[in-house]
Structures are given as C-alpha cells and as structure tokens.
Design a protein around this ligand. Structure first.
Ligand code: T3D
Length: 259
C-alpha cells in the first residue's frame, strides 16, 4: 500500500508509504493519494486531515526511477503533470483544514505538496529542497506560485535556483511553514492540532480558506464584497449560532461542522 489511511475521531491521517524511496511519488501513489482525499471529502464525519510520511522522509518528489529517460525524445512530462496537478488543486480546494506534518526531507514535488496544505508543521531535523534545478527542471506542483507568496521573490528565486536544503527552523522563520517542532514531539503535536481543528466550525474554516485564496488576486473592493458574501454564508450556519450562544453562556462551543 503506497498510501495508508488511519481514521481518528473527526479526522483522517494520510501517510505516504514508500519509505525505502523516501516516499517519492509514482503513478500508483498519486492515484492512492487522490482516492484517499476523495474518500475523506465524501465522509461527513471527516472534518480535518493530517498528511505525513512513513520512515525518515516526508516525500522526495517524483520517483525519478519511474519516469522514462528516453534516448529517442523527451519524456511526456506534460501528461504526467496534467495528472499530478489535479492533486494540488484537490488539496487546496478541500472544504476542511489540512495539516501537514513534515517528518523528514521534503524535496521537489514533495516540498510543494507540503506547501499546498493549510498548516505545515515540520520536525526540526526536516528540510525543504526545491530540488528541481538539480535535474534541469522548474519547480512544479505549484512551487512557482507558493514560494514567492510565502517567502517573497528574493528568497523564492534563491530557493528555486540554488536548490539548497532549507532547514525546518529557518523555513518557519521565513514564513514558509507554520512551526518547526522537536522531532520526538512532531506527531503528537500534529495529532493534537488536527483533532482540535476537527472540532472547530468546519464550514467557517472552509470559507476562510476560500477568502484567503481569492485575496491573492482580488482588489480590496472585490475582496470586501467576497467577505460580505462568505460571512453571510458563515452566519447562516448552526455553528455560528452555537459559537455566539457558547460565548454568552461562558462555555466551550460544541460545533458540528454541518449546514
Ligand atoms: O518527469 C518528471 O520528473 C516531472 C516531475 C517532476 C517533479 C519532481 O519532483 S522533480 C524532483 C524529484 N526529486 C528529486 O530530485 C530529489 C531526489 N532525491 C534526493 O535528492 C535525495 O534523495 C534527498 C536530498 C531527497 C535525500 O537524500 P538522502 O541522502 O537523505 O537519501 P538518499 O540516499 O538519496 O535516498 C534514499 C533512497 O531513496 C535512495 O535509494 P537507495 O540508494 O537506498 O536504493 C534514493 O535513490 C531513493 N530516492 C530518493 N529520492 C528519490 C529516490 N528514488 C526515486 N526518486 C526519488 N525522487
């Protein structure tokens, strides 16, 4: 099984599982990951996801043993990426929070897979490598989109062109990820965070994601209109009513994540 799924109360943990290849993505793993995301999305009881890797790495990007290096012409990378891009689109559009626990090296598409998640924690020993330029490619899996937005153009350019490992603690200082965590605390912290998110107002979080995504290209005027509309939607959820009631009654809210 190239991808393992563990069900927890309110959330699922998805584990990339090709540890002998540092969880490099092949076609089978890509399909299994897509299926795991689709199943999570279809489960009304699943209100958050936790993505991590088995073994000492998170994900080393495309399995380079799997792409045909041909003497008679270039490999069909376009077809490969048309398929793989669906994964980034799916991850970014999920109507639930996605936590990524980067347990070890995240290289190439593996680094950008992590950046497509909502909240990224990384073990202090982990690193992020935009490895593409080492083999003559450009950052894909959304890398050229995520990097400048997260760390600014100067750092994005150097990361993409030099392909040097960025240690987790510096990645957190630069704003590439949320937090670097002691190795032995990573999974505990990731589970606590994901379980907490699974009890929050899921629809409100999904709408927050949509608003932040749109902010990248919207004018202030357009964004204010969008906030008005999305807030109207959030304000009609039972979770909003429960949140206000709980505040006034000075107790913890009991959110359901339902419409
Ligand atoms: O067609 C296309 O390619 C288009 C798609 C592109 C998307 C991409 O992701 S391009 C970028 C692909 N990824 C890389 O270039 C990273 C390659 N890996 C590395 O540079 C290093 O493995 C790491 C820096 C990530 C980690 O180094 P280290 O020293 O900790 O581990 P290692 O010994 O290199 O790797 C352990 C094993 O995993 C090793 O196998 P072995 O010798 O024990 O049998 C290694 O070959 C294997 N491995 C690591 N990465 C990949 C891989 N096997 C296949 N594909 C990999 N990407």
């Amino acid at each position: 099984m190239t991808v393992l799924v563990e069900k927890h109360a309110g959330y699922r943990q998805i584990i990339l599982n090709r540890p002998d290849r540092l969880n490099a993505l092949n076609v089978e793993m890509h399909a299994a990951l897509m299926a795991a995301l689709a199943e999570a999305e279809a489960d009304p009881g699943c209100r958050a996801l936790l993505l991590t890797g088995a073994g000492r790495g998170f994900c080393a990007g495309q399995d380079l043993g799997d792409v045909a290096v041909r003497e008679d012409g270039p490999p069909n990378i376009k077809a490969l990426l048309e398929r793989y891009n669906g994964l980034v689109r799916k991850l970014c559009s999920l109507a639930m929070p996605v936590v990524c626990a980067v347990n070890g090296v995240a290289a190439g598409a593996g680094a950008n897979l992590a950046l497509a998640c909502d909240i990224v924690l990384a073990a202090k020993s982990a690193s992020f490598i935009q490895a593409f330029s080492r083999i003559g490619l450009i950052p894909d899996f959304g890398g050229t989109w995520f990097l400048p937005r997260l760390v600014g153009m100067a750092r994005a350019r150097a990361l993409a062109i030099l392909a040097e490992p960025l240690p987790a603690e510096r990645a957190a200082e630069w704003g590439l990820i949320w937090r670097a965590v002691d190795d032995d605390k990573l999974m505990e912290e990731a589970h606590v965070l994901t379980a907490r998110l699974a009890k929050q107002a899921t629809i409100g979080i999904a709408l927050t994601k949509r608003a932040l995504d749109a902010a990248e290209t919207n004018t202030l005027d357009a964004q204010l209109d969008l906030e008005r509309d999305l807030q109207d939607e959030a304000g009609r959820t039972p979770d909003y009513a429960e949140g206000v009631r709980a505040f006034l009654e000075k107790r913890a809210a009991n959110f359901t994540g339902r419409r």
